[in-house]
Design a protein around this ligand. Structure first.
Ligand SMILES: C[S@@+](CC[C@H](N)C(=O)[O-])C[C@H]1O[C@@H](n2cnc3c(N)ncnc32)[C@H](O)[C@@H]1O
Length: 259
């Protein structure tokens, strides 16, 4: 196992840590890795995708605990986080690589100052149908409705048949809707709005993608349209209920044969 302490120290000292959510990167990484282990078994030889890897808070934990025969690719749209990962993570783990991919996101666009190294088409040509496991922490919590199924479908195209994909998001259920309205959710929302017949909730209308939540039925439909099948949903503690294996809601989907 590699000594991750110096890399986490670099993250703590970097302004990039705030861009990917703040908090202590090692704690977040351990917590998310634990969540992966509750939901999927990473095996020797697995090909793993960290979609929206940021500065690699979670990827470091996965790389350190996986068998060295597993390979991991981190992908993100922000040039500086991919540079950080290439400079500091690849040196410690030769089985890990990173790709700067094209993509737009109004919450992150101000940090995208150059064209992506690879288009989505190129990424599919290189990695299409190759990953056996994938995860995306705190990515689909920042994706708007028109992009959500498209992005899910892009990830699906990168996965092999039967591959599992764990992603976090915020889900509107009877309970979470009440928590939002009664201000008992973990997050306090200011200029918030329910939109599209209450199927979508944004926590701040001036920065829509800082917190975006989707109705459970609407989400199921987007997942289905993207070609995935839901395996499990675990509701998170953000609803203010005082329990949950994660702060955010966790959805685990699988790619059926031929999708
Ligand atoms: C809150 S950060 C989380 C980073 C990382 N998953 C973690 O947990 O440390 C969200 C990340 O998603 C990336 N992201 C946003 N939209 C994306 C997209 N369309 N494709 C790939 N990555 C995206 C952002 O650039 C950012 O690094």
């Amino acid at each position: 196992m590699a000594d991750l302490a110096p890399i986490y120290d670099l993250m703590r000292g970097s302004e990039l840590n705030e861009r990917v959510g703040g908090a202590d990167p090692e704690q977040v990484g351990r917590f998310c890795h634990h969540n992966i282990t509750l939901n999927m078994e990473i095996k020797p030889g697995d090909r793993i995708l960290d979609f929206g890897c940021g500065i690699g808070r979670v990827l470091l934990q996965v790389a350190n605990k996986a068998d060295p025969s597993a390979t991991i690719v981190g992908m993100d749209i922000m040039p500086e986080v991919i540079e950080f990962c290439r400079d500091h993570v690849t040196a410690a783990f030769p089985n890990v690589s990173f790709e700067l991919i094209e993509g737009a996101n109004t919450h992150y666009d101000k940090f995208i100052d150059r064209p992506a190294a690879r288009s989505k088409r190129e990424i599919i040509d290189i990695y299409g149908a190759s990953f056996s496991k994938a995860y995306a922490f705190s990515v689909f919590t920042h994706v708007d409705q028109p992009d959500f199924p498209t992005l899910l479908s892009f990830v699906k195209d990168l996965l092999a048949d039967h591959a599992e994909f764990l992603f976090t998001c915020f889900i509107l259920t009877a309970y979470s809707r009440a928590a939002i309205r009664n201000q008992t959710a973990t997050f306090k929302f200011g200029d918030m709005a329910f939109e599209s017949n209450e199927k979508i909730f944004v926590g701040n209308r001036r920065d829509r993608l800082a917190f975006i939540a989707y109705d459970i039925g609407f989400l199921e439909d987007m997942i289905h349209r993207a070609g995935f099948v839901i395996a499990h949903v675990h509701y998170g503690a953000w609803r203010g209920c005082g329990f949950g294996s994660s702060l955010q809601d966790v959805v685990v989907v699988r790619k059926p044969v031929g999708a």
